[in-house]
Ligand binder design. Structure first.
Ligand code: 9G3
Length: 567
């Protein structure tokens, strides 16, 4: 490809609205351009890299025995009403009307479409197991699109769906996808972890997220420093091995704590450590008030509340709700003399506190020397807090550390959630009708590309792994007007392309410094500079990753280049 006419508009300065490196670099190299908030065009250079990621995914999906198909982005409202999800999703689901006023959604995912497609055309157990996948744009109206294509409103996803006759079969399909994902992210040269995750609204039990380790990741991974335990902190369980404090119980005391609301304020005002305070937060869980207690130095985890109470919706109570149910405002709420209408649940750690401080359910007032069971009742103790760094690993091996991660993949065991809702059943070998057992498996393809750039760049630009580089070689004559250089460059351009190598030929009449800066920014694995020794047939080969420079005669060039690029 000749660079003089190639649509790869580079930017010298960092765009002010780009906060993370991958977003900055994808704009500066002309890989993407924003069309509107959270919506991007992939320019030729960006699309070539995106298609390399797609190619790796396609190879590994096909190798795992999955079949590729392509489903529509336009999905009828009826489909989503059949699965019961039309009402469940709010503003994030992009909806539209056709000319007849009928309602549709732009597909954020395809469980409904694939389940009805398989339902209508697969009847016998003999056709199962079957895994189908597509690579297609998804639409999700993110409230706050950010970080370029890392969180956009239209994005490229590979979504796969498996159909089995049994849960054992699902376990096998799931493992095949899990292994394919590990191969995909390894081939993309990503430093990733598969972490136990929360299945969220998808239901089902087993689910793993594939996380690319990165400081700008929006998810936090809790992992053990001595075992392969790793879990999204949303659901990482906390080992219950607290010890009851042995100090004798003291007399309950009421304390005036004017305008002392937060744990920090109260614990310093009363000179009591946060771990001796009880944080009491009112939640509205499926429309009922629930008072949740955790130790003052711990954080409430609302995903865990949801699982503990098997609830659909868990929300922090508003100030009005709190006043209504607790007779005071947040900050002075506590578990003593709580209305019978309010359920009280507590994290396990609360049980082991002696002589604690907590709100008195009275404005500007707290209690001291509060003791669980003596002074207040807890309906049930659960694991309700976020795991913390330094906690013992739940598997008993090592200590918990935190790392941020970018979620690039998510695999779920769905079971019969959709096959029952939409009657996707098969006739088993006894002629009995049974619901298919499903799994679903997603990879954010455009997000994976951005994650590759997050992990593979330096101060001069992108440093592409050979497997996903948009071009293998950047061919640069130092002075295109110098006949020796131009003719050798033309000759090498032909030779390299005859060997199926992808070459960007910088045929611009630009100053060398400009060309080399752009070349470092683009970051292809190999740069070939045709300069002073062109007449002798000698060129300079530079490796972007190491900066290593070697002189090569044109006769050895092809086999030398092939060592450094993906075939
Ligand atoms: C929606 C909207 C957003 C959504 C969903 C539905 C996430 C939704 C979960 C999944 C599960 C898996 C197949 C590929 C892998 C992920 N965001 N999810 O269902 F209507 Cl607006 O998409 N689907």
């Amino acid at each position: 490809m000749k660079q003089s006419t190639y649509l790869s508009p580079t930017l010298r300065d960092i765009p002010s609205d780009a906060e993370v490196k991958s977003h900055q670099l994808m704009l500066r190299t002309g890989l993407i351009r924003q069309s509107t908030s959270g919506v991007y065009s992939f320019l030729p250079l960006g699309l070539k890299a995106l298609q390399k990621v797609e190619g790796i995914i396609r190879e590994e999906m096909n190798r795992s025995g999955a079949q590729e198909l392509l489903m529509p982005a336009i999905q009828s409202a009826e489909l989503w009403q059949e699965s019961g999800r039309w009402e469940a999703y709010g503003p994030e689901l992009m909806r539209l009307h056709d000319r007849h006023g009928r309602e549709f959604a732009l597909g954020p995912t395809h469980e409904e479409v694939i389940t009805t497609l398989v339902r209508d055309d697969v009847r016998s157990y003999k056709k199962l197991p079957m895994t189908l996948y597509q690579i297609q744009n998804k639409f999700r109206d993110e409230r706050r699109p950010r970080f370029g294509v890392l969180r956009s409103r239209e994005f490229l996803m590979k979504d796969a769906y498996s159909f089995d006759t049994s849960f054992d079969g699902l376990d096998e399909s799931y493992q095949k996808m899990f292994d394919a994902y590990s191969r995909i992210f390894t081939r993309c040269e990503l430093d990733f972890r598969a972490v136990v995750a929360d299945s969220g609204a998808m239901g089902g039990k087993d689910t793993h997220e594939f996380m690319v380790l990165s400081d700008i990741g929006e998810d936090t991974i809790a992992y053990s420093d001595e075992s392969d335990f790793a879990a999204n902190i949303e659901i990482a369980s906390v080992a219950v091995n607290y010890k009851k404090s042995d100090e004798p119980m003291k007399e309950l005391e009421e304390k005036e704590t004017h305008n002392q609301k937060s744990i920090e304020e109260v614990s310093s005002f009363l000179n009591v450590d946060a771990s001796k305070c009880i944080k009491s937060l009112l939640f509205i869980v499926d429309n009922d008030p629930v008072l949740v207690l955790v130790r003052g130095d711990h954080e409430v985890n609302d995903v865990k509340i949801k699982h503990a109470l098997d609830a659909q919706i868990v929300e922090m109570a508003t100030e009005e709700d709190t006043k209504q149910w607790m007779k005071t405002v947040p900050g002075y709420v506590g578990p003593l003399s709580v209305s019978d209408d309010v359920k009280v649940i507590a994290d396990h750690a609360v049980k082991y506190i002696a002589n604690a401080v907590c709100g008195a359910n009275k404005d500007h007032t707290h209690y001291m020397n509060v003791n669980p069971e003596r002074d207040f009742k807890v309906d049930e103790y659960y694991d309700l807090r976020n795991i913390q760094e330094g906690d013992p690993s739940p598997d008993g091996k090592g200590t918990i550390r935190f790392k941020e991660g970018i979620e690039v993949g998510h695999v779920f065991k769905l079971g019969t959630r959709y096959s029952e809702a939409m009657n996707a059943s098969f006739l088993d070998d006894q002629g009995k009708t049974k619901p298919m057992i499903m799994g679903c498996y997603g990879i954010g393809v455009s997000r994976t590309l951005a994650a590759v750039i997050e992990q593979h760049h330096d101060e001069n630009g992108i440093v592409w792994p050979a497997s996903v580089a948009p071009f293998d070689v950047h061919l640069i004559p130092v002075n295109i007007k110098q006949e020796d250089q131009r003719s050798l460059a033309d000759e090498l351009y032909t030779d390299l392309q005859n060997e199926r190598l992808e070459v960007l030929y910088d045929d611009r009449a630009e100053r060398p410094g400009v060309k080399f800066k752009d070349s470092d920014l683009f970051g292809f694995p190999v740069r070939i500079t045709v300069g002073k020794k062109a007449a002798e047939g000698i060129v300079e080969l530079k490796l972007r990753k190491t900066g290593e420079v070697i002189e090569v005669h044109k006769d050895e060039l092809i086999q030398t280049v092939k060592q450094y690029v993906s075939n």
